[in-house]
Write a protein that binds this ligand. Structure first.
Ligand SMILES: [Zn+2]
Length: 333
């Protein structure tokens, strides 16, 4: 074979290897290319029952427990839920939706306390687009801290993924870094910061032990869970489930960041965490088979499905960061 054909062949092999290693990012590029760059039209307002009330024609408010409010966006196509948790001194807003509408008037109607915005993770549909929050608290992960020596953190496009709906990745001025395992004291109420990677490597959950309420972000909600994104990890997903199972009591109420159908906030139980953990083990050992092409759908229970890569592409090794931060557990099963 002439030298130039060797060069072409080698280039093609290199291209194929690169595309293979960057396949999840390329999938995001494809989704963006397929979209028209704006959020889909709002859905018709569903019947939200008696527990929730409409704040306006877009947001709903539901009191879940004393001082814990779900702020729903049932007309946005992903049906996001954000959570306001109040103490006697301060309040926390856990997620702010996609920013299709400004969530601040809803917050102002519920509390006069100083409010700190805490993103469950950095995807565009949780961070309120370009809303300017006075106080933003972000999980203190070494690689994030390194990127923000002056506390200005610019999200990367693979962390943010907002291109398909026309949202640009923001730069935040971080006012507080939340250590994994730290307690956030709101005055008369304490929230523990749990590191729950899997959906993304920047995912946290907030744990109110006294009221047995877990706010789980996109790590866990009823419906299709996303485990195939650029910074998703199946190994981390499993380890996070194992850790939650050792922590959570039987009576825990788990509220996620999206729901499958109306009415009201998306609520799950400890049994669903068990189904997630068992289901991930079943995916790993091949006893639960995926349906479809790429990503595949794996049925975990009647409320939960995992979207993940086909089994031969799945990586079950927990990430180094996960292991460094929290140590490893003895593998189960
Ligand atoms: Zn997400």
């Amino acid at each position: 074979m002439p030298a130039k054909w060797w060069l072409v062949a080698l280039s093609l092999v290199a291209l194929a290897l690169w595309a293979g290693s960057e396949r999840r990012v390329l999938l995001m590029v494809y989704f963006e290319w397929q979209s028209d760059g704006t959020p889909p039209p709002l859905k018709a307002a569903p019947d939200e029952g008696a527990q929730s009330s409409w704040f306006d024609d877009y947001f709903t408010v539901e009191l879940l427990a004393p001082g814990i409010y779900a702020i729903g966006e049932p007309r946005y196509h992903q049906e996001n839920y954000n959570y306001l948790v109040t103490g006697t001194e301060r309040a926390v807003l856990f997620d702010a939706g996609p920013g299709v509408r400004d969530i601040k008037p809803v917050i102002d109607s519920l509390t006069r306390l100083p409010v700190t915005f805490i993103p469950s993770h950095f995807h565009y549909d949780h961070i309120g687009a370009d809303l300017a929050f006075e106080r933003i608290a972000v999980v203190n992960l070494p690689y994030l801290r390194e990127r923000a020596p002056d506390n200005h953190l610019t999200l990367t496009s693979r962390e943010h993924l907002g291109g398909a709906e026309g949202f640009a990745a923001p730069t935040w001025h971080v006012s507080e870094w939340l250590d994994v395992g730290a307690a956030i004291d709101l005055g008369g109420r304490s929230l523990e910061v749990l590191y729950t990677p899997g959906h993304t490597d920047d995912s946290i959950s907030l744990w109110d032990a006294e009221n047995a309420v877990l706010l789980s972000g996109d790590y866990l909600y009823p419906g299709y869970l996303y485990g195939f994104l650029p910074n998703s990890s199946m190994g981390d997903y499993l380890l996070s489930a194992e850790r939650l199972l050792t922590l959570l009591p039987q009576n825990v109420a788990i509220y996620g960041a999206h729901r499958l159908k109306p009415p009201g906030a998306p609520r799950l139980s400890r049994d669903d965490v068990q189904a997630l953990g068992d289901g991930l083990l079943g995916m790993r050992d091949g006893s639960i088979e995926g349906q479809g092409g790429y990503p595949q759908t794996f049925l975990l229970n009647q409320r939960l499905q995992m979207l993940a890569e086909p089994r031969w592409l799945q990586d079950w090794e927990p990430s180094t960061l996960e292991t460094q931060l929290l140590g490893s557990l003895e593998p189960r099963g």
